[in-house]
Design a protein around this ligand. Structure first.
Ligand SMILES: [Zn+2]
Length: 278
């Protein structure tokens, strides 16, 4: 009997040790994030970013970043900046009089600066389908476009009289219905946050640093917008936007995430510093 007990004890110690060892061997996949400037946007009439007169008479310089996420299982591009036709010497004053817009360089040239080519991407996703996020989308046709089904229907659905030309080249797509874990390990997750558009989404990226990154898409456009819960005049649904803001803030708190407002020039600099540590 003593022998059996001893044997059992020995086995349990060994199995305990081996599970300890296994625990230590679990490595977090190395995820890397890069940010690129897809454009600059001077907002000449900031009141467009509120439901009231909060910003009347103000103007603001925004950036228009897009992102490359490299994961051992593949690469994802998030957002696509302004169209390459706006790689021009002087900012273009668009007809509504709200924006002056310009893109610094082409996708190919920008990817070259971080050692990537267009063909390197398995996945392509956008926070939403406004023109300052779909810029070079037409060049991403080899990647799988990850898009909420309702957003897809609003720009590329069969029932539409005219599909949005910015995305009509994307024939390789996967329709999503809510949150989506891109590589299946929780490191890169698309979160469904509708309201700005019908299928607007944000991106969670865990780089293994002290805080994961949470890219806002256009849930917010600048810091005061987040503080004041400002809803732009051109949003799809005000109530849904406010609900998404609540959901977003709760998720950011739960994950202790570093929130990056994609159009914020200050957040672009902040993320640049964070990314030096990866
Ligand atoms: Zn935008």
């Amino acid at each position: 009997m003593k022998k059996v007990l001893f044997l059992l004890l020995a086995i349990s110690i060994v199995s305990c040790k081996s599970s300890e060892k296994k625990g230590k061997e679990v490595t977090i996949p190395k995820v890397k994030l890069y940010q690129l400037v897809g454009g600059s946007i001077l907002v000449k009439k900031l009141e467009a970013f509120s439901q009231d007169t909060t910003y009347t008479g103000q103007s603001k310089q925004l950036t228009d970043a897009y992102y490359v996420i490299s994961h051992p299982k593949g690469n994802l591009m998030w957002d696509a900046g302004l169209p390459e036709g706006l790689v021009v010497a002087e900012p273009f004053n668009e007809p509504s009089g709200v924006f002056a817009i310009q893109r610094p360089d082409s996708l190919v040239n920008q990817l070259k600066t971080i050692g990537y080519k267009i063909e390197d991407f398995n996945y392509f996703a956008m926070s939403h389908s406004h023109f300052d996020h779909t810029g070079h989308a037409n060049l991403m046709k080899k990647a799988i476009w990850l898009v909420q089904e309702n957003e897809f229907n609003s720009v590329a659905g069969d029932s539409l009289k005219a599909k949005d030309p910015a995305v009509s080249a994307l024939q390789n797509y996967k329709k999503l219905h809510g949150d989506y874990d891109v590589f299946g390990d929780g490191t890169v997750v698309i979160k469904y946050m509708p309201g700005h558009t019908v299928g607007h989404q944000v991106l969670y990226v865990d780089l293994g640093l002290e805080k994961p990154i949470l890219l806002t898409g256009d849930l917010y456009h600048f810091q005061e917008n987040r503080t004041n819960r400002g809803v732009p005049s051109f949003n799809y649904d005000v109530k849904q936007t406010l609900e998404s803001m609540d959901k977003f803030e709760a998720f950011a708190k739960e994950k202790n995430a570093e929130v990056i407002i994609q159009h914020s020039t200050a957040d672009f600099k902040k993320l640049e510093d964070i990314l030096k540590r990866q």
